[in-house]
Design a protein around this ligand. Structure first.
Ligand code: ZN
Length: 692
């Protein structure tokens, strides 16, 4: 392969200083031109051994993984027209090639023989898990099916892809199509300035070119950045009602009605499950997850429900009382809950995001985070000794060293928002896994950590909201799992091969430290006065964490239970409709009954157009794991630093080290000495009394 193209230099750190969009196409074409015949050769010569099947595939895929990883990364953080064009043009051929590897019959047969033969016992546990995962991947992609079944399977796959796109488009169209027009000062009563500015922008998009934030007109659509704060802040009850009704009936009528697509999707998913030898689609989804059966998910939901339901009921009573005391004369309805909750929160805790912001200067917060990592895991994080090229001047590279001073990993932190070219949200991207090459050398892992926090302004550093602080800790948790792995097989190193419902464990675990008093106080310093966060403000922040915990748990449980019901017990050929199922599940999980016109399933993109089908429970599942992992530190004593260090070391040696080399239940048990206990989460959220 020619090596003057920096995207082909996969054995070094990416040359971000000289990688250009015009490198993308020749790099991918070169790699694929070499990989296609190599794959054909592997298919002919594959043998049912680790060396004869997995290692050649690893070698085949490494240059592609690297180049495509860098391209998709730059596409998300430097999204210029050139990068978008390059990325979009290449994506189909990259996906097609990956599918061809995944669905290769001869490789599948070799791996199957390997699993059932005598060579199986010569593989260690990590290797066995890698082979088993590849086999399952292939099987769920339809490999191994007899011809006539495979044809039907492929047809279903294609239809489901179309249905999902159509579903999502209908939701997007309906979300955009609705507009609440606001003209007068009465219309905008209660709305904060930031929302008025956004609503004025929306009005301009809708054609009111002269709109300003101060004098309007304003437009509120059903898009989250407008819809959510409007429901929180607007004192105009009739406007909230209009907006709410529009939201829960999105994509439920006319040309863009998603009702028939829901039926088709559920029918096709069940048929697909049956072709694959499962009874329901939920079983297919769970085959690749930590939860081993729908009944395990049911059990978690039931346990959390039994405690959250009465708590949520009490919270609702309190909210009703509070609203009545503050002048609400009508019965509280669905469109009142967010408004009064927010009102009550402000009265109870008397602080806003803006009150906290001056205390959280980014450089200081980062120092606090790295100190915490040093204390917990014995690692040292610092800028690299020699210069490492980056893709933007905002970006800061870091190296991680262990206690002996040996290099462990490199990561890049891209902290600030750049709305014009950077995708929103925050994420960790695994650029390279740890691996041991055949000559025994260890290649160290590399990750990118991307946030979208407030930019520095003038001579002031980035002042972070508390939410931006917890997001930074969250992504750092993902980064640590990828970088502190001790697994040498790249397919199971770091975040690779970690089950989807367990992958949020280290990230949510790290968020807990933002409420740990010594950690939080140490990283706070008021930008003007230099004072740390006052104790009274810390106490309010801490108490606000569990405000309305019962109600928010119930909301997540409603979605999880409904998703599981539809993909497991529900029969599309029976007499009930999905909407009937929704009402039935709602009677148990929804505090306020759905309004009669409610059709929120038509807008439930997570399960009908996203990756969460029979997987919505994962949010709560991972929360149970992360809260219980943090519980080990609580039990050891959060004020006892020796105990924290010991427990931190154990966390590093088990959860952060194991990556995807073991079943997550085994990993969890090796840290906690037992299976996860949902009660820890319930106590953590203030829903259960502390023991003792
Ligand atoms: Zn995450």
């Amino acid at each position: 392969m020619p090596t003057d193209n920096p995207l082909l230099q996969y054995q070094a750190l990416p040359r971000f200083d000289c990688i250009l969009p015009e490198h993308a196409q020749p790099a991918i074409e070169t790699i694929l031109a070499y990989a296609e015949p190599s794959l054909a050769k592997i298919e002919q010569s594959v043998t049912p051994t680790w060396k004869g099947a997995i290692l050649p595939l690893r070698k085949l895929l490494e240059p592609l993984d690297f180049a495509w990883g860098v391209i998709t990364h730059l596409h998300s953080v430097m999204n210029t027209t050139e990068w978008r064009t390059a990325h979009d043009a290449l994506q189909p051929s990259v996906i097609a090639f990956s599918l061809r590897v995944n669905q290769s019959d001869s490789i599948y047969k070799a791996l199957k023989t390997l699993r059932s033969g005598t060579a199986w016992s010569t593989l260690d546990e990590t290797q066995q898990r890698i082979v088993a995962a590849s086999l399952l991947d292939a099987e769920l992609a339809g490999v191994g099916l007899p011809n006539e079944k495979r044809e039907r399977f492929n047809t279903i796959k294609r239809e489901l892809a179309l249905t999902s796109t159509q579903f999502s488009n209908n939701v997007l169209d309906a979300t955009k199509a609705f507009a609440l027009n606001l003209q007068t000062q009465a219309d905008i009563a209660g709305l904060p300035k930031s929302l008025l500015a956004a609503a004025s922008e929306a009005a301009k998009l809708a054609g009111s070119e002269t709109s300003t934030a101060e004098i309007g007109p304003w437009v509120i659509t059903l898009e989250a950045p407008l819809f959510v704060p409007f429901m929180q802040y607007s004192t105009q009850r009739d406007h909230r009602e209009t907006l709410y009704r529009a939201f829960v009936t999105r994509a439920s009528s006319g040309d863009g009605d998603n009702t028939p697509l829901i039926d088709t999707t559920l029918k096709l998913r069940r048929e697909m499950a049956e072709i694959l030898g499962y009874t329901t689609y939920a079983e297919v989804s769970l085959a690749q997850k930590m939860a081993d059966s729908p009944s395990a998910v049911d059990a978690m939901i039931e346990r959390l429900h039994s405690v959250a339901a009465p708590a949520a009921q009490r919270e609702l009573e309190e909210l009703r009382r509070y609203a009545a005391q503050h002048g609400e004369t009508k019965t509280l309805m669905n469109w009142d809950v967010a408004f009064w909750s927010d009102h009550m929160r402000e009265t109870l805790f008397e602080f806003t995001d803006e009150d906290l912001r001056p205390y959280f200067q980014f450089p200081r917060v980062l120092e606090g985070l790295f100190d915490l990592a040093h204390n917990l895991f014995g690692i040292t994080i610092a800028p690299p000794e020699s210069e490492i090229p980056v893709w933007h001047e905002d970006v800061r590279p870091f190296t991680i060293k262990d206690a002996s001073g040996a290099d462990m990993a490199t990561f890049y932190l891209d902290p600030y928002s750049r709305p014009a070219t950077k995708r929103g949200g925050a994420w960790m991207n695994a650029l390279r896994p740890r691996q041991q090459t055949p000559d025994g050398k260890i290649t160290l892992p590399v990750a990118t950590m991307v946030c979208n926090q407030t930019r520095p302004s003038n001579d002031k550093p980035s002042l972070m909201t508390f939410n931006e602080v917890t997001t930074l800790f969250h992504e750092f948790g993902h980064t640590l799992q990828h970088l502190l792995t001790t697994v040498n097989e790249p397919e199971a190193a770091g975040i690779h091969n970690v089950e989807w419902d367990a992958v949020e464990l280290p990230s949510q675990f790290m968020e807990n430290w933002c409420y740990h008093r010594p950690t939080l106080i140490r990283m706070s310093e008021h930008i003007d006065t230099g004072e740390p966060l006052p104790e009274a403000l810390y106490q309010k922040l801490y108490r606000a964490r569990t405000f309305l915990a019962g109600s928010s748990t119930m909301r997540q449980l409603l979605f999880a239970a409904l998703d599981l019901e539809l993909h497991h017990r529900y029969r599309a050929d029976g007499t009930l409709t999905p909407d009937d199922v929704k009402r039935c599940i709602g009677s148990k999980f929804s505090l306020m009954p759905f309004i009669e016109q409610d059709r929120f399933l038509c807008g439930f993109s997570h399960i009908f157009a996203g990756g969460y089908a029979a997987g919505y429970y994962s949010y709560k599942w991972a929360e149970v794991l992360s809260a219980d992992a943090f519980g080990a530190f609580v039990e050891a004593g959060l004020n006892d630093n020796d105990a924290i260090i010991q427990t931190g070391q154990r966390f590093r040696d088990t959860i952060l080290a194991a990556g995807g080399s073991l079943h997550p239940m085994d990993v969890f048990k090796s840290f906690r000495g037992r299976e996860p206990d949902p009660n820890t989460l319930l106590r953590h959220q203030g829903l259960l009394e502390k023991e003792g």
